[in-house]
Design a protein around this ligand. Structure first.
Ligand code: MG
Length: 376
């Protein structure tokens, strides 16, 4: 097949795959008119409702603010999303302000993802979730134009995706705790948030009902390195896989000390955001947790995953509470990950996309082009 025919059939495949999506679905209030053959950005706030209140070491909440994004190009729509848990410092106002400043109509080629990232950096620093929303929509769009999902474009084997963990939080009512544990039954790995005062109780409750491996996320909640080490040994004896962000992100020396002695791998989450942080993380951590809302999207997340692997580090793929849009975008990278924590869409009650599925506990990619989602 020559290149022109390839592009034509790719386009056709993309049009068919995208056919349930109509441009009328665009939010007209925020839609920016632009001539054909140019990138047309639109966006709207969309608040995510959590099924259960989220109890972290340093906060509690029942919703997550979000912004849904579309980029239209010659009748094909790419979907993107920004999710803004409060601790990351972005919100609906900051994301919509940033997106309003963008003039994507100056770009006539959606494949210039690198140029568009450079342009976004020139508009304003930070704003990582806002940039991720544009990046995800561009990947969805360009994947649809090529008629292929991104894991294939990257040359990744979809059989090599890891199981995802499913997050459970402590409940002092044993009946409620039992109910929460029963909800984890379809998953092969459970993630426990620690640093909230019931660290051992949560693991002990789980171990009364199941022996599935446990991922531990302390969310910077342990402030004494000797206690942290003691916990690492205790957890290692109870089939835990690793400890994510045990101590404050600024406590680099203590974390390096802990890594030297811990029987479990120590993974950086809050410590790291973007590509230049990967080398810094290598000084004190065994691995990194990559999230699209930190990395400004898929473009840099892919670079982070390949750099981490080149440095001999473990790669974990995480997410925020998000719809299946951003979770499916992250899932395209799953074959590069040792561990996945891609349950963000399962934790919300108002998902508006169909996308990546968890089948028998495993991240399961589909053949749909782009990031593999359709609106529902
Ligand atoms: Mg974490």
């Amino acid at each position: 097949m020559n290149r022109r025919n390839f592009l034509k059939t790719g386009m056709l495949g993309a049009m068919i795959a995208a056919s349930p999506i109509s441009i009328s679905a665009l939010d007209e209030a925020t839609r920016k008119a632009s001539p054909s053959g140019r990138l047309n950005l639109s966006f709207r706030p969309y608040e995510l409702q959590l099924k259960h209140a989220f109890n972290l070491a340093r906060s509690r909440r029942t919703t997550t603010p979000g912004v849904q994004v579309q980029i239209e190009y010659d009748g094909i729509i790419g979907y993107g999303e920004a999710s803004m848990p409060p601790y990351l410092g972005e919100n609906v106002a900051s994301v919509t302000e940033f997106l309003s400043k963008l003039d994507l109509g100056q770009f006539t080629d959606p494949f210039r993802i690198e140029d568009i990232h450079e342009y976004m950096e020139s508009v304003a620093p930070n704003n990582r979730a806002a940039k991720a929303s544009v990046d995800i929509a561009l990947h969805d769009l360009t994947g649809k134009i090529m008629g292929q999902p991104w894991y294939k474009i990257w040359g990744l084997n979809p059989e090599r995706t890891p199981n995802t963990s499913f997050t459970i939080s402590y409940d002092s009512d044993p009946a409620e705790m039992k109910k929460k544990i029963e909800e984890t039954a379809p998953f092969k790995v459970v993630k426990v948030k620690m640093g909230v005062g019931h660290d051992k109780e949560t693991v002990e409750a789980l171990r009364r009902y199941t022996d599935v491996p446990i991922c531990v996320d302390a969310n910077q909640g342990w402030n004494d390195r000797n206690k942290a080490l003691e916990m690492c040994h205790w957890l290692a004896e109870r089939n835990c896989l690793f400890v994510e962000q045990p101590m404050d992100k600024a406590a680099i020396d203590d974390t390096a000390w802990l890594r030297e002695r811990s029987p479990l791998p120590i993974i950086a989450d809050e410590f790291l955001q973007r590509l230049p942080d990967v080398r810094r993380a290598a000084q004190a951590y065994d691995g990194i947790n990559i999230k699209l809302m930190k990395s400004t999207g898929m473009h840099e997340a892919y670079q982070m995953a390949t750099l981490a692997r080149a440095l001999g580090m473990k790669v974990m793929l995480g997410c925020m509470t998000e719809t299946s849009c951003a979770v499916s975008a992250a899932a395209q990278l799953a074959p590069l990950a040792d561990w996945a924590d891609l349950d963000g869409n399962l934790l919300i009650a108002n998902d508006i996309f169909d996308g990546m599925k968890i089948v028998d506990g495993k991240v399961t990619l589909c053949d749909r082009p782009g990031i593999g989602v359709i609106p529902v």
